[in-house]
Design a protein around this ligand. Structure first.
Ligand SMILES: Nc1nc2c(ncn2[C@@H]2O[C@H](COP(=O)(O)OP(=O)(O)O)[C@@H](O)[C@H]2O)c(=O)[nH]1
Ligand SMILES: [Mg+2]
Length: 331
């Protein structure tokens, strides 16, 4: 009898110990999987950082704040495509701040560069229901890819998106957008090849309302040389959409950073034709001339709202002057 009682007590104790041990084990933090090291903005802007940031660091390391330094600093900023006039203004302002050592010079430079952007509002305004976005720009600048990235990010934040393919001119343009739409889980509206782009924009907006989606994004054509007048066509898209929706929340102009200052003249054609509310500056990962962001914004008079820093879905970021300048200048 006693043996049975002892055996039961031992079994109960063993059971309790087992439960305690299992609990302890599950409370322990899970083994951390090898996380991929996250690429910082500085990494993505690597080429410009190398050409501008690293060179400036090397200049400042020499220690002397003399004429040679100011001249080479100006040259470096020009190399980064900041624009000749802006580069000279920036260097002049840094000199006027009378830095006493390289650290102060770097700080003054950073302040001047950040100051070039002013305190403009840069967040996309997509509060209307549904919100309407039209994306314009020259072929190959990255319109369709940027739309896909934006749709992907809006989707991830719980918004339902309809994509309208109003580039009915170029063969394959609609298919490309359609593939992206299914990949990022957005609805797609296209039209017959050669059909009226404004009619496609109209259908996309109607579809968005019917289905209760949150945002409609309209992709447009970008060829500058053809028998049809692109600017007329874009104005019509904008007109029809504003009439239906009451307003267009964002008209985004996509500019390719790798084409440097040349892109600005082309971009101006678009800002003159339609009321552009923001710039998407793409391919900043592929250029050593990232300073073009300053020139683009200053010369077009429109805020850069988004930057493209790669071909992946997450490679579209809001443009924020201070982190951007810090990433360019490096540590
Ligand atoms: N490296 C890089 N490539 C990009 C970026 N944005 C777009 N592209 C590429 O640029 C090419 C043209 O893009 P696409 O969206 O078709 O241009 P669209 O003609 O204006 O619609 C594609 O190969 C894209 O992958 C970017 O931010 N970085
Ligand atoms: Mg396209």
């Amino acid at each position: 009898m006693t043996i049975i009682v002892i055996a039961v007590v031992v079994l109960v104790l063993l059971g309790l110990a087992g439960v305690w041990w299992l609990r302890r084990r599950s409370a322990a933090p899970p083994a951390t999987p090898m996380a991929a090291p996250e690429r910082t903005l500085g990494d993505r802007l690597g080429r410009t950082r190398h050409a501008v940031g690293d060179r400036i660091s090397a200049l400042l390391r020499r220690g002397a704040l003399d004429e040679d330094l100011w001249r080479e600093l100006e040259e470096t900023l020009i190399t980064g495509d900041l624009g000749v006039e802006t580069a000279s203004q920036v260097v002049e302002a840094v000199r006027k701040a009378k830095p006493e050592n390289p650290g102060q010079a770097r700080q003054a430079l950073k302040n001047e560069l950040v100051g070039l952007f002013g305190g403009r509002a840069r967040a996309l305004e997509l509060e209307s229901k549904p919100a309407t976005v039209v994306v314009v720009g020259v072929n190959g600048t990255g319109k369709t890819t940027s739309i896909a990235k934006l749709a992907h990010q809006l989707g991830a934040s719980g918004r339902r998106v309809v994509l309208g393919a109003a580039d009915t001119f170029r063969a394959g343009a609609a298919e490309q957008l359609q593939v992206w739409a299914s990949r990022v889980g957005a609805e797609f509206i296209g039209g017959e090849a050669g059909s009226d782009p404004a009619a496609v924009a109209y259908s996309a907006y109607q579809r968005c309302r019917e289905s209760g989606a949150d945002v409609v994004i309209v992709d447009t054509a970008g060829r500058l040389h053809s028998d049809r007048n692109l600017m007329e066509e874009l104005r019509k898209v904008v007109r029809v959409l504003s009439r239906e929706a009451g307003r267009i929340d964002e008209t985004l102009l996509v500019v390719d950073a790798t084409t440097g200052q040349n892109a600005i003249a082309q971009a101006r054609t678009f800002t003159e034709a339609v009321g552009v509310t923001g710039i998407v500056l793409t391919k900043l990962d592929g250029t050593a001339r990232g300073g073009v962001v300053v020139a683009v914004e200053r010369e077009l008079g429109v805020p850069v709202k988004l930057i493209g820093v790669g071909e992946g879905m997450d490679d579209l970021m809001p443009f924020e002057p201070e982190p951007f300048v810090e990433a360019l200048l490096g540590g």
